[in-house]
Design a protein around this ligand. Sequence first.
Ligand SMILES: Nc1ncnc2c1ncn2[C@@H]1O[C@H](COP(=O)(O)OP(=O)(O)O)[C@@H](O)[C@H]1O
Ligand SMILES: [Mg+2]
Length: 373
Amino acid sequence: MKLLSSNGVAKLRKSEGSSNSPVTVHGLSHYFGTGEFRSQVLFNNNLKIEPGKLVVMTGPSGSGKTTLLTLLGAIRTLQEGNLNILGRDVSTLNEEEIIDLRRKIGFIFQMHNLFTSLNAIENVQMTCQGDASEMLKNRSDGIALLNRLGLGKRINYRPSELSGGQRQRVAVARALVGRPKLILADEPTAALDKVSCLEVIGMLKEWANEYGSAVVVVTHDNRILESADRIIKMVDGAIVSDVVLQEVIQICEFMKKLSIFSHLNNSELSLVSEKMTKHPFVRGDVLIQQGDLGEEFFLIRDGEVDVVVDTIKAEVLGSGQCFGERALIGDGKRTATVIAREDGLAYVLTKEWFLHAIASSPNFEMQMKKLYF
Ligand SMILES: Nc1ncnc2c1ncn2[C@@H]1O[C@H](COP(=O)(O)OP(=O)(O)O)[C@@H](O)[C@H]1O
Ligand SMILES: [Mg+2]
């Protein structure tokens, strides 16, 4: 599908990919078994995770969440697709480099696998490496972490002397002590009571905020969803939805204030907002051109644009305002040229989804007709 008719925006889209994402996945597939028993469990997955975000991955049992997570952690061998973790292209790494990469990732699993012969702080320090001064620093970081997780009085306890929730918190401290930029957790709260669950998630969230780490948590736990910045849902080996919550909320807030959307209810609004994609623009970009065929609807998040009709400047639009809808509901041709006055960002909805939104609500259609015809 052609995304945009205007050169200005098409040019910008290419540059969007160049960021320091801790996780970038392209066309990732995976198979188990060999010969006639070979079966595909992951299907062409694409994913990019930004620093500082808590990403929750949900989906039915057997949908491939653990397989995907272990691939992200380089603890399962990549078979097909591109996988870039913490700036390293996994397919190019030798065994030693893979081990080195794993050390930079914090892992938390449901089965905490602590060493029974070591006490809490020793377990936390288990994965730490380095010279004496580094070990000392790790020890003080570890103690601080155990303190923050409410285990300050139990740093010398062995796993057998701790409750399930306490053991899991030790595992969390162990995952965090090296301040990894990527933390992968597979059902970390499944065995926890509500208080421990909220503590663990609160800690992960704080970690993402404080250190800019990306945190991926596989879970069915509804208690965690509230803390998520983004929710990824997997079904049958494929990511079927990927929602950035703050953004959806923000888009909904914008849309509610626009008269063309004012008759959509909340669930219609959130459905439409989930279909919007982000498009940065820079000063001088021609976002739409009068006379061109219109393929997209724009909602401005940041920055201002000039609307020019027949070379005469008609108006200036800014944050929360929209353009591009007339061509989609009219004869298809843009009725104005829109040029960015400054750098900014717009949310874009394809014509297909825009029209879908109209079809999904009789109110919406009526409102549109009142406005434009
Ligand atoms: N080591 C394995 N060998 C063969 N099949 C496996 C293996 N691990 C997982 N599977 C299969 O792969 C699919 C995805 O499993 P998994 O990633 O564990 O899903 P989830 O974590 O979402 O429950 C399932 O059908 C599962 O039976
Ligand atoms: Mg699993």
